[in-house]
Design a protein around this ligand. Structure first.
Ligand SMILES: [Zn+2]
Length: 232
């Protein structure tokens, strides 16, 4: 039976938009269908908030998601249905506030950030989510002030990354596929399989796929699950 990979730490809540028009009746179902085509078992976010404010729990809240490459090992991903034109509804904001309060009671205080505050798209003009994140944090500060801090978290795993490990995560995080050849020629990394093994041990879910070159020789392509967002 399939089991979700458990997350060992939770320090952030990362907010996304679905980047699909308001006229789409069920954003969660549409993203799931698109994700399946890309090989995702389920929507990469833990939660989707539909236009009417209804909440769908798509992955167990304690599992590793697939929504912000390089940041999935310590975060919960929430996606609000809507795009730049439709923005987000009052009902969605109300549900988001309630969800954040609920998650903070469970996991302790979380840093709430927008997807593109952490990681830009290749098109640097695009933003995710379509929310004023400072305004959201301001509101959350008021409604979460009674929530106690959990025990201080251990140092973030990314603090302990070596330069080569960081290089690989950044490369994969931008949605690219890494091969041994590219690692050697573009990144100057001679033993990419060892670095990948180290990163996996730290909880970074790096996938691989076997491919064949023109001569029929087998080689591996490494990649990470990408969020099923139209604009990524
Ligand atoms: Zn996003």
């Amino acid at each position: 039976m399939f089991a979700w990979r458990p997350r060992t730490k939770t320090t952030r809540l990362i907010v996304h938009s679905s980047h699909m028009a308001a006229s789409v009746p069920n954003h969660c179902a549409a993203m799931r269908a698109r994700g399946r085509e890309m090989g995702l078992l389920e929507v990469g976010y833990h939660f989707v908030i539909e236009r009417d404010g209804s909440l769908v729990e798509t992955r167990p809240r304690g599992s590793v998601g697939a929504h912000t490459p390089g940041n999935n090992h310590n975060s919960i991903g929430v996606c609000l249905a809507g795009d730049a034109a439709s923005r987000h509804t009052v009902e969605q904001r109300v549900m988001l506030h309630a969800l954040v309060v609920d998650l903070m009671w469970q996991f302790g205080r979380l840093e709430v950030v927008g997807h593109t505050e952490l990681q830009r798209y290749r098109n640097r003009e695009l933003r995710c989510p379509h929310l004023d994140m400072d305004e959201l944090r301001e509101t959350l500060m008021h409604i979460t002030q009674d929530i106690p801090d959990k025990a201080p978290a251990a140092a973030e795993p990314e603090d302990k990354l070596t330069p080569q490990q960081r290089l690989i995560l950044d490369y994969l995080g931008a949605g690219r596929t890494l091969t041994t050849k590219v690692a050697v020629t573009s990144l100057g990394i001679m033993s990419v399989s060892s670095r990948i093994a180290e990163l996996r041990k730290m909880g970074h879910p790096i996938l691989e796929r076997e491919a064949r070159d023109h001569f029929g020789k087998r080689y591996l392509k490494y990649f990470v699950e990408q969020p099923a967002e139209a604009v990524a």
